[in-house]
Design a protein around this ligand. Structure first.
Ligand SMILES: C=C(O[C@H]1C=CC=C(C(=O)O)[C@@H]1O)C(=O)O
Length: 483
C-alpha cells in the first residue's frame, strides 16, 4: 500500500480528484491489476446516522457503529470491493482478502486523523457451517466501503474508496463521486437531526415457546450434572410483525439515546436484511498494538430505586453461581490470549457494568499485541467465548444447535471493523434483531418481521424460570426501540 499525505481538500477540486483517478488507472495498467484509490479528508462535523439516512440505498452493503459515551460513530455505505464466503477457514480467507486489497491500494489525503484511511467492515455468523439454505448472511462478509464517514469528538472524516481497473470510464466515476459528495455535504445542514416518522402499530408475537425454553434449560442442567458440560448459553427469539416496514434509522436513533454506554450497530446484506442491536460486549478493540477485551457474564436487573439497585448489585457481586458463570468467561479469554503469545492482564476484583435496564459482572482485560498477529486471528481464537456458547466450547455449540429452534445468524457473533494499520473494534452481536425490510406476505396484506434474540448463561444452580425472566428483560432493549 502506498500513502501520499495531502494537505489540500481533494474533494474541493474536481481537477485534482481527476488527476488522482488518472494516476490510479496508470498504476492499474502498470501492475495489470485493479487498484483502490482511497482518499481521506476532514469535513465539517456531521452525524454519520444522518448520512446513512440521506444516501444509503437498500441494495447496498451498509454498516453503522456508534458508542455515544465515547463520542464515536462510523458509517460505511456501499462497497468498493467485497468478499463473502460460505466455506470453512473463513477468518484466514478474510485476512487474505484484506491483505490482497491493501497490496493494491493507494492512499491520499489526511491519513492521520481518527478513523481515516481504509477500513474493512466485517460480520461473521455465530456458526461457521451448516447454515440454513435461506440464511440471510453468509458465514463471513468483509467489505471496503465506497463511502466511510466518521465522527469522533466532534471531528468528522470522510473516506472515499474507488476501485479502478484498466477498463474504467474515469469521467463516469468522477461524476458519481461528485454527485454523492454533494449529497453528503447537504446532510451537514441537518446535523444531529433524524427525520422522525410517527410510531406505527406493531404486532408482538409470543416468545418462541417459553415452556420449551425452560425444558431445554432443565435438560441442559442434567448434562451439566452428568459432567458433559460446565456451562451453556441458550438463546430464544421473539418475532415482531409490523404492517409497515421498520424504520431502521429511527430504531438506531432510539437505541443510541436509550443505551449510550452500549455499542449501537447495524449491518445490512444489501438484500434488505439488516442486523441491528445495542451490545454491551466488546470482543476486542486494538489501538496502537494495545488490545482490550471484556469478560462479561452474570446478570441482574437494575433497581427502581437507588436502594433496590444497590441491593441487586450486592447480590450479583456476592452470588457464587453468578461469579462462577463469569469466571468461565474470564478463564477462557485469558487462556486463549496466552495461547497466541499475549500476556493478558486484569484487575483481581470483578467490576459491575451498569446499563440502562440490566447490570453485569465485568472484567476488562488488556494485553500488548505482538507484531505480526492479525486482529482476525484473535477474533478467531476468542469466538465464541463462554459468554455466548459455553464450556467446553465444541460440546456447548453442538447442544445449542440441538436445543435452539432459530438459526442464530449474526446473533452473538463477531461484528466490527479492521483498518489498514491493524487497529480494530469488534463487538459480540447480542441484544440484537434481524430485520426484514421486504414484505413477507404472499397476500395483499403487508407483513414485515423483526426477529429479536436474547440468551442466558446456564451453569449448575441455574433456575429455568429466572433464566426465562432474564431473557425477557434483555429482549426489552430491542422491543422498545423498534419503529
Ligand atoms: C448472551 C447474552 O448475554 C451474555 C452477556 C452478558 C451476560 C450474560 C448472562 O448473564 O447470561 C450472557 O453471557 C445475551 O444478552 O443474549
Amino acid at each position: 500500500m502506498t500513502v501520499t499525505p495531502y494537505r489540500t481538500n481533494i474533494f474541493q477540486d474536481r481537477q485534482e480528484l481527476s488527476q488522482l483517478l488518472i494516476k490510479g488507472k496508470q498504476q492499474a495498467i502498470a501492475k495489470d491489476c485493479p487498484q483502490i484509490v482511497s482518499i481521506s479528508q476532514e469535513i465539517p462535523p456531521i452525524d454519520p446516522l444522518v448520512v446513512l439516512q440521506a444516501i444509503a440505498k437498500p441494495h447496498q452493503l451498509q454498516f453503522y457503529f456508534e458508542k455515544s459515551v465515547l463520542d464515536a460513530a462510523i458509517v460505511a455505505i456501499d462497497s468498493a470491493i467485497s468478499f463473502k464466503t460460505l466455506e470453512k477457514n473463513r477468518f484466514n480467507r478474510s485476512q487474505d482478502f484484506i491483505h490482497s486489497v491493501l497490496a493494491n491500494t493507494i492512499c491520499y489525503g489526511q491519513v492521520n486523523l481518527p478513523f481515516s484511511g481504509p477500513h474493512f467492515f466485517c460480520s461473521f455468523t455465530f456458526f461457521e457451517d451448516r447454515l440454513p439454505l435461506d440464511a440471510p448472511f453468509p458465514s463471513a462478509t468483509i467489505f471496503l466501503p465506497r463511502w466511510q464517514i466518521s465522527s469522533y469528538k466532534n471531528q468528522s472524516v470522510l473516506v472515499a474508496n474507488i476501485e479502478i481497473n484498466t477498463q474504467v470510464n474515469l469521467e463516469l466515476i468522477l461524476k458519481n463521486l461528485w454527485h454523492d459528495f454533494q449529497l453528503i455535504n447537504l446532510s451537514h445542514r441537518c446535523f444531529s437531526r433524524i427525520d422522525r416518522i410517527e410510531q406505527k402499530k406493531l404486532i408482538q408475537q409470543e416468545l418462541q415457546n417459553p415452556e420449551r425454553f425452560k425444558s431445554s434449560v432443565s435438560s441442559a442442567l442434567k448434562l451439566i450434572k452428568e459432567n458433559q458440560l460446565s456451562k451453556i448459553v441458550l438463546a430464544n427469539a421473539i418475532d415482531v410483525i409490523s404492517p409497515h416496514p421498520f424504520n431502521l434509522v429511527n430504531s438506531l436513533d432510539n437505541l443510541r439515546q436509550r443505551h449510550p454506554d452500549c455499542y449501537i450497530f447495524s449491518t445490512s446484506n444489501g438484500k434488505e436484511h439488516n442486523f441491528i442491536g445495542a451490545s454491551p460486549e466488546r470482543l476486542i478493540s486494538i489501538r496502537n498494538h494495545q488490545l482490550v477485551t471484556d469478560a462479561l457474564a452474570g446478570s441482574a436487573p437494575r433497581g427502581k430505586t437507588v436502594a433496590e439497585d444497590a441491593d441487586f448489585a450486592d447480590r450479583l457481586l456476592n452470588s457464587e453461581k453468578e461469579r462462577r458463570e463469569h469466571q468461565f468467561v474470564l478463564d477462557f479469554i485469558t487462556q486463549r490470549l496466552s495461547q497466541l503469545g499475549l500476556i493478558p492482564q486484569h484487575l483481581s476484583t470483578t467490576q459491575l457494568l451498569k446499563l440502562s435496564n440490566i447490570q453485569h459482572l465485568w472484567t476488562p482485560i488488556q494485553a500488548e499485541l505482538p507484531i505480526g498477529v492479525h486482529p482476525l486471528e484473535i477474533v478467531e481464537k476468542l469466538h465464541p467465548t463462554p459468554a455466548v456458547a459455553g464450556v467446553p466450547t465444541k460440546i456447548a455449540q453442538a447442544q445449542i444447535r440441538h436445543y435452539e429452534i432459530c438459526d442464530r445468524s449474526l446473533y452473538a457473533a463477531p461484528i466490527g471493523w479492521v483498518d489498514y494499520q491493524g487497529n480494530c473494534e469488534f463487538i459480540v452481536g447480542i441484544r440484537s434483531a434481524l430485520i426484514e425490510c421486504h414484505n413477507l406476505s404472499q397476500t395483499r396484506t403487508n407483513a414485515y418481521r423483526a426477529r429479536l434474540y436474547a440468551g442466558a448463561g446456564i451453569v449448575a444452580g441455574s433456575d429455568p424460570n429466572k433464566e426465562l425472566a432474564e431473557i425477557q428483560l434483555k429482549l426489552q432493549v430491542l422491543l422498545k426501540a423498534l419503529l
